[in-house]
Design a protein around this ligand. Structure first.
Ligand code: CUA
Length: 319
């Protein structure tokens, strides 16, 4: 009875998020294949154990030895052969799924992923090197993610899509994901990478191929991230900086609500001060800071239009 109850709880509760990729479907299959075998064996062992404890219990005054048992060839063969078959089956299935999940197959596309404390950036080489702070994917395409980290180890994970991969400085890593349904998901950094680790997230949008093509066109026409300081801020700066107009509150970097006052203290024009702080963050430190761990690569990573839009946003959004 207990075994049946435990089995029902284990099988009927939805423990995993609803799958949104082919790879997650396969991972779930391996997971439940192994787990159901485990539940079966656990139930069997527990049932025999509890039955034996209840039935063969010696009375309190009986201190004699139990009967001596010397082996049972049939039983030994069974408990060797059955687990061997099960373990081999789990091993073979896992190897097949691992290999399938690593194969890009037909109609593939490539997206480059760059991680740095504490932001994600994406580049679409198949769309003339289009850059984005939001991960937009076409449904039913085999997408190879080629990954790089600028500083420490980060890890790429979209829970509904199963696949998880570390981004390691100096090493090129990759994974394949085939989204199977449209919708909005979250990309989560799942490697403790510093103070802002918990804020290192990006939005994942899975679109139909037609909507995806329209999105690419719109971005290339300048209607996307390049045109909006708020979008550039959200995908690059919000993980570390508090800024009231953007609704962010992280305390890793200086609060940017005070940039005008800080610029005055540094004796500079606010726009020039903000631009300099983005491109060369070590030159002038904000009041109260004795050092900075802000990446020095934004001058190269962001386009001139993105930097201008960001400067305008930071200096004018509050007024
Ligand atoms: Cu990047 Cu945690």
């Amino acid at each position: 009875m207990i075994a049946i109850l435990v089995t029902l709880v284990a099988v009927l509760i939805q423990w995993l998020p609803t799958s949104a990729s082919k790879q997650m479907d396969r991972i779930e299959f391996v997971y439940w294949f192994a787990t159901i075998i485990c539940i079966g064996i656990f139930s069997l062992v527990m049932a025999v154990l509890i039955y034996s404890v209840a039935t063969f219990r010696a009375p309190p005054e009986d201190e004699s030895d139990g009967p001596s048992i010397h082996g049972h060839t049939g039983l030994e063969i069974v408990w060797t052969v059955v687990p061997a078959i099960l373990v081999i089956a789990i091993g073979v299935l896992s190897a097949v799924v691992l290999s399938q999940n690593g194969t890009a197959g037909t109609n593939p596309m490539t997206i480059k992923v760059f991680a740095q404390q504490f932001a994600w950036r994406f580049e679409y080489p198949d769309s003339d090197g289009l850059k984005s702070g939001e991960l937009v994917l076409p449904v039913d395409r085999n997408i190879t993610f080629e990954m790089n980290s600028a500083d420490v180890i980060h890890s790429f994970w979209i829970p509904e899509m199963g696949q998880k991969q570390d981004l390691v400085p100096g090493i090129d890593t990759s994974i394949v994901i085939t989204p199977t349904r449209t919708g909005t998901f979250a990309l989560i950094c799942t490697e403790l990478c510093g103070l802002g680790h918990s804020t290192m997230r990006a939005t994942v949008e899975v679109l139909s191929q037609t909507d995806f093509d329209a999105w690419v066109k719109k971005q290339q026409a300048g209607g996307g991230t390049g045109g909006s300081g708020a979008a550039v801020f959200a995908s690059n700066c919000g993980g570390c900086h508090a800024f009231t107009p953007a609704g962010t509150s992280s305390k890793i970097g200086p609060n940017l609500d005070n940039v005008a006052a800080d610029a005055e203290k540094a004796g500079e024009d606010p726009a020039a001060y903000v631009k300099e702080s983005i491109v060369d963050p070590t030159k002038v430190l904000a009041p109260g800071y004795t050092e900075t761990n802000m990446p020095t690569s934004f001058g190269d990573d962001l386009s001139a239009e993105e930097i201008d839009a960001l400067v305008t946003y930071l200096t004018e959004a509050q007024q």
